[in-house]
Ligand binder design. Structure first.
Ligand SMILES: Nc1nc2c(ncn2[C@@H]2O[C@H](COP(=O)(O)OP(=O)(O)OP(=O)(O)O)[C@@H](O)[C@H]2O)c(=O)[nH]1
Length: 413
């Protein structure tokens, strides 16, 4: 496009240069020929006019001296180089000079002489007019030609201006299509690349360099997406118990500490619980380790289905599980734990050989109010110990909330 524009533009410039040369040569002609010619013709016309006027004086002269003086000037004009150079003027001037010389010699003119002079005078006057017009018309023609060249040049300049505007408009459109829009798309893609989910910029540019950038962003997106997936997977691994899918103990302790801090700051209730599957060793021994694993997974599913979304649950270790119940009083925690215990008591796990396995749960609960997380867990551990001690498959509220007593909370299954 730039090359085409350059060619057309150069053509216009060359065209304008032709006009400029024509203008210069016309101006030179006007200066060197037309104006001197006009001045020469003016001089000739003036001489003929002077001849005519002096001829009038010859005819009107009262004395021979006056007529001779006027005739002398007539002769001077008739022999002027400007008159002699022009054939028609010279002939007319000679004719007038001879006629006036005769008149000057003969004295007072008669009617025929006056009539003859009148004709000669008219011819002199007309010749002077014609010569004046002729001199000016050449200069006029040259001046008109210069005006025409200037007018043409103005049209051409306007055409060049329109061409330049069209080129600039086209250039802007191209820049927008090939550079600005792809850059905006690349910018949007870069802005959304943080999580690796941003789509790569659609191919928007015909420019090779821009396509390379777009392709690089597509690759970067893929790498970042994989990186984000890997990071998520690692975070999951680092915070989740592989067997049950519940939070692991380390992650649980972090979340629980935050929850305790929040409850303490806002003076809100919070409760904790420790749960232990009963006689789990027997399950392993009787049905095998895989059955024990299946039981642990089934219990985790039950936890997820039974507890509220805001409750925290983790595999605390082995067959032991820990819970934090935010915004929950000890009495409400008892209800929650009992709901879980009851759900397990009516649940059975189908083993690989088709047999169904049933097992129970003991839970110790503690009020977190005024305690640290560790203190509350220790209190719940005591309650769990008591639940085991008084027969298992029950929920026990420990600490002061339990009134210093073991409170078996066992519903009828
Ligand atoms: N299958 C399986 N068993 C586990 C896992 N973790 C711990 N155990 C077993 O769980 C059993 C826990 O037994 P104990 O601590 O004696 O307690 P228990 O048999 O449940 O008896 P109580 O707690 O007093 O009711 C051990 O035999 C462990 O090997 C596990 O991930 N999978």
């Amino acid at each position: 496009m730039a090359a085409a524009f350059g060619l057309v533009f150069a053509g216009f410039v060359a065209w304008l240069e032709v006009d400029q040369a024509a203008l210069l040569s016309t101006a030179a002609r006007l200066q060197m020929q037309a104006l001197p010619y006009a001045i020469e013709q003016q001089r000739l016309a003036r001489n003929l006019e002077v001849m005519r006027l002096e001829g009038e004086r010859v005819l009107a002269g009262k004395t021979p001296q006056a007529r001779q003086q006027a005739l002398f000037i007539v002769s001077l004009m008739a022999s002027h180089p400007s008159v002699l150079e022009q054939r028609d003027a010279r002939a007319l001037a000679t004719e007038a000079e001879r006629f006036l010389a005769a008149v000057a010699r003969s004295g007072a003119p008669d009617a025929d002489t006056l009539a003859e002079w009148k004709r000669l005078s008219q011819r002199l006057s007309l010749a002077a007019d014609d010569i004046t017009v002729d001199g000016v018309s050449l200069a006029n023609r040259e001046a008109e030609q210069m005006g025409e060249i200037v007018r043409q040049a103005r049209y051409k300049l306007r055409s060049v201006l329109v061409l330049v505007l069209l080129f600039l408009g086209g250039l802007l459109l191209l820049i927008r299509r090939l550079l600005i829009r792809p850059l905006q798309q690349i910018d949007a893609s870069l802005a959304g690349l943080k999580d690796g989910t941003a789509p790569p910029p659609p191919p928007g540019s015909a420019l090779h360099e821009m396509q390379s950038v777009e392709a690089a962003i597509g690759q970067l997106r893929t790498v970042m997406h994989e990186h984000a997936q890997t990071r998520l997977a690692l975070e999951q691994l680092a915070s989740t118990d592989a067997l049950t899918g519940l939070d692991n103990r380390r992650h649980f302790m972090q979340l629980a500490a935050l929850e305790f801090e929040r409850a303490r700051r806002h003076e809100r209730p919070v409760a904790v619980a420790l749960a232990d599957l009963d006689h789990f060793k027997q399950i392993n021994d009787r049905y095998g380790h895989a059955a024990g694993d299946a039981a642990l997974r089934a219990f985790a599913d039950l936890v997820r289905a039974t507890l509220r979304h805001a409750d925290l649950a983790c595999r605390y270790g082995g067959e032991e599980f820990a819970f934090v119940f935010p915004e929950t009083t000890p009495a409400e925690a008892l209800v929650l734990a009992e709901r879980l215990r009851h759900a397990l008591s009516v649940h059975s796990v189908e083993l690989a050989d088709g047999r169904r396995l049933q097992f129970s749960l003991s839970v110790g609960i503690a009020d977190g109010d005024g305690l640290s997380l560790e203190e509350a867990l220790s209190c719940a551990d005591d309650a769990l110990y008591r639940a085991k001690a008084v027969g298992r498959n029950r929920v026990v509220l420990g600490g002061e909330a339990g009134g210093g007593r073991v409170l078996p909370f066992r519903a009828d299954d």
